[in-house]
Design a protein around this ligand. Structure first.
Ligand code: C2E
Ligand code: MG
Ligand code: MG
Ligand code: MG
Length: 291
């Protein structure tokens, strides 16, 4: 693979670059096969009401059960999926699987259970984004009011007018919109009152900062206060310790998600968990009276 070296020893493709591109080609081929063979699996992480400890939602997180390499995580293949345009097919399979599984749970005693799905900026930018998403929801007869899509602030950096129109169409049929990794993007806060947003998800890095002194937590404090002011739901991600949970409760954070309650798990484990739990309730948030 290494190109002939010139007299100045200039080398166009380094050894590591060629290994890299072979690796990528193999991965791309494998991902196409995986989509055909349906090797993608949706794992679910519970979203828990901070005041009642009940499961109110499930976030779908994609995994790839690779025949030789074992269980792969989004960081191993989503970048490639976005670059190669395969992300649309990935999403379609994730949505179909998640809608099918979660609608069974909704129908069997958990009528308010929410499904949260992540979408990449490239998908949201696609001209047929709204149509494609609605098609999946309808094809699976999934109750739109139980669906929340998670997008990042990077989506909003693009054309605000266009994004606004797309999100409004979704919100009009009851789909909820969450801003994921809130506080880590580069967009201004302008969009918060110009877009139909329902939920802010505090990024894990700010939750990690909750340790001992109140100073460590000043960003979390500010984000939760802002969400209250804007009457938005607020979910903290990456909650790992009871200290963090306690602190977030005191702040009035509505929901929490993280290893403290459990990682993302396969559908069979979630089904067992839901069987043991009483009917899930909507998180009792009174947005008018939150502190
Ligand atoms: P995210 O949506 O912000 O999801 C949170 C990530 O943090 C997940 O990683 C989750 O497993 C992990 N996590 C949850 N609780 C804790 C905790 O207490 N501590 C720590 N350290 N980590 C925790 P995962 O599953 O590897 O997903 C990474 C990212 O990949 C997601 O970040 C999301 O942006 C993206 N992603 C996942 N599934 C999909 C999908 O189906 N479609 C698209 N477009 N993106 C996805
Ligand atoms: Mg997410
Ligand atoms: Mg996040
Ligand atoms: Mg993310």
């Amino acid at each position: 693979h290494v190109k002939a070296r010139g007299k100045d020893n200039y080398c166009f493709f380094s050894e590591s670059m060629s290994v890299d591109s072979t690796y990528r080609l193999n991965l791309e081929r494998d991902l196409r096969l995986a989509l055909e063979r349906e090797e993608l699996r949706v794992f679910y992480q519970p979203q828990v009401c901070a005041s009642t400890n009940r499961i109110v939602g499930l976030e779908a997180l994609v995994r790839w059960q690779h025949p030789e390499r074992g269980l792969l995580y989004p960081r191993d293949f989503l970048g490639l999926a976005e670059e190669t345009g395969l992300i649309g097919l990935v999403s379609e399979q994730v949505l179909d699987q998640a809608c099918m599984e979660v609608s069974q749970w909704i129908r069997s005693g958990h009528p308010d259970l929410r499904l949260a799905v992540n979408l990449s900026p490239v998908e949201v930018d696609h001209p047929r984004f709204v149509e494609t998403l609605m098609d999946r929801v309808k094809a699976n007869r999934f109750p739109a009011g139980n669906l929340e899509i998670e997008i990042t602030e990077n989506v909003i950096m693009n054309d605000l007018e266009q994004i606004s129109q797309k999100l409004r169409e979704l919100a009009n049929i009851g789909i909820r919109i969450a801003i994921d990794d809130f506080g880590t993007g580069y967009s201004s806060l302008n969009y918060l009152h110009r877009l139909p947003i329902h939920t802010l998800k505090v990024d894990q890095s700010f939750v990690k900062a909750i340790r001992s002194s109140a100073d460590d937590a000043c960003i979390v404090n500010a984000i939760v206060a802002m969400a209250h002011g804007l009457k938005l739901e607020i979910i903290a991600e990456g909650v790992e310790t009871d200290k963090q949970l306690e602190y977030l409760r005191t702040l009035g954070c509505h929901q929490v998600q993280g290893f403290f309650y459990g990682p993302a798990q396969p559908a069979t484990d979630i089904a067992k968990l839901l069987k043991k739990t009483k009917a899930t309730l909507r998180c009792p948030i009174d947005l008018e009276t939150t502190p």
